[in-house]
Design a binder for this molecule. Structure first.
Ligand code: HEC
Length: 244
C-alpha cells in the first residue's frame, strides 16, 4: 500500500515537488526556531573585552597553521570535560570569534581555558619543539614562528573587517592597530601606554617571546594563547553561582 502511494507520488511531478518543499520546510523550521529566542539564549557578559591587534594577529596565525585541526576550543557540559578543563564554554565567550574555532577533533587537548595555565617561556619552548617539554608529544614543531617577523601593516584592516561583522572596535583602535601590536610586546616602548588606555589595564603587556626588541609571529601566537578563556569571567561566575 505504502509502496503504491510512493510510486504514484513520484510520478506526479508537481505533487512530488510540493511534498519535497513541505518536508524540507519542516526541517528548515526546526533549525531556525531556536534563533527566535537567541537574545534569551546567549548569556550576558558586560565585562567582555575584544582581542587586541596582537592577539588577533596570533589568532590569524593559529588559523593559518591549522592548529584547530588538532585542538578544539569548546568545553562540553559533560562532567569529565568540566573536571579536566574547567567551566563549560558559554556561547557569549565566542561572541567576538569570527570565524569561530570551536572544532570537535581533539588530537591534542581542548584549549578554551588555556590562558594563564603555562608561562610564556613554556609556550615558546613547546612551539619550537613540543618534545622538549612534553617528551611523548606528537604535536608538530613550529620553529618558524620565532624566526618570522610579524606583519603589522594590515592589522588595521583586520580590525575594520572584524568591526564590519559586529566586534566593537573604535576608530582609535583601528587607526593605532600596528602601533598597539608593537607596544603590547614591548613594555618599555612609548607605544605600550596607549594600549592599556584603549584595551584596559588588565591587558597583558610583555615580551611574549622573551625578546623585547623584535616583534615575531611567536609574540602574537603566545599573546593569543594566554588570553584564551580570559576575555570574560562569565563562565566562572555562572559556575560559582551554581555552587560547582
Ligand atoms: C597534529 C596535531 C596537532 C597540531 C596541528 C597542533 N597541536 Fe598542539 N598539541 C597536540 C598534542 C597531541 C598535544 C598534547 C601533547 C603536548 O602537550 O605537546 C598538544 C598540546 C598543545 C598545547 C598544550 C595544551 C595543554 O593544556 O597542555 C598547546 C598550548 C598547543 N598544543 C598549542 C598548539 C598550537 C598553537 C598549534 C598551532 C601552531 C598546535 N598546538 C598544533 C597536537 C597538535
Amino acid at each position: 500500500m505504502r509502496e503504491f502511494f510512493h510510486r504514484k507520488l513520484e510520478r506526479n511531478a508537481i505533487g512530488f515537488v510540493l511534498a519535497i518543499i513541505l518536508v524540507s520546510g519542516i526541517g528548515g523550521f526546526v533549525e531556525i526556531a531556536p534563533l527566535f529566542t537567541i537574545h534569551e539564549t546567549v548569556e550576558d557578559a558586560p565585562d567582555m573585552r575584544v582581542y587586541t591587534p596582537l592577539e588577533l594577529a596570533g589568532r590569524n596565525i593559529y588559523t593559518r597553521e591549522g592548529c584547530y585541526a588538532c585542538h578544539s576550543q569548546m568545553i562540553r557540559t559533560l562532567r569529565d570535560e568540566v573536571e579536566r578543563y574547567g567551566p563549560y564554554s558559554l556561547a557569549v565567550e565566542s561572541k567576538y570569534d569570527h570565524p569561530m574555532l570551536w572544532g570537535s577533533k581533539r588530537t591534542g587537548p581542548d584549549i578554551a581555558r588555556l590562558g594563564g595555565k603555562y608561562s610564556d617561556a613554556w609556550h615558546v619552548a613547546h612551539l619550537i619543539n613540543p618534545r622538549d617539554v612534553v617528551p611523548q608529544s606528537v604535536m608538530p614543531k613550529y620553529g618558524w614562528l620565532m624566526r618570522n617577523e610579524l606583519k603589522t601593516d594590515d592589522l588595521g584592516k583586520h580590525l575594520a573587517a572584524q568591526r564590519a561583522v559586529g566586534v566593537p572596535y573604535t576608530d582609535a583602535m583601528i587607526a593605532n592597530a600596528s602601533a598597539d601590536a608593537y607596544g603590547q610586546a614591548s613594555p618599555d616602548s612609548p607605544y605600550a601606554s596607549g594600549l592599556s588606555e584603549r584595551y584596559g589595564e588588565a591587558t597583558n603587556v610583555r615580551a611574549f617571546d622573551g625578546e623585547p626588541g623584535r616583534l615575531t609571529e611567536m609574540d602574537a601566537v603566545v599573546a593569543y594563547l594566554q588570553i584564551l578563556g580570559r576575555l570574560t569571567d562569565a563562565a566562572h561566575r555562572q559556575a560559582a553561582a551554581a555552587g560547582k
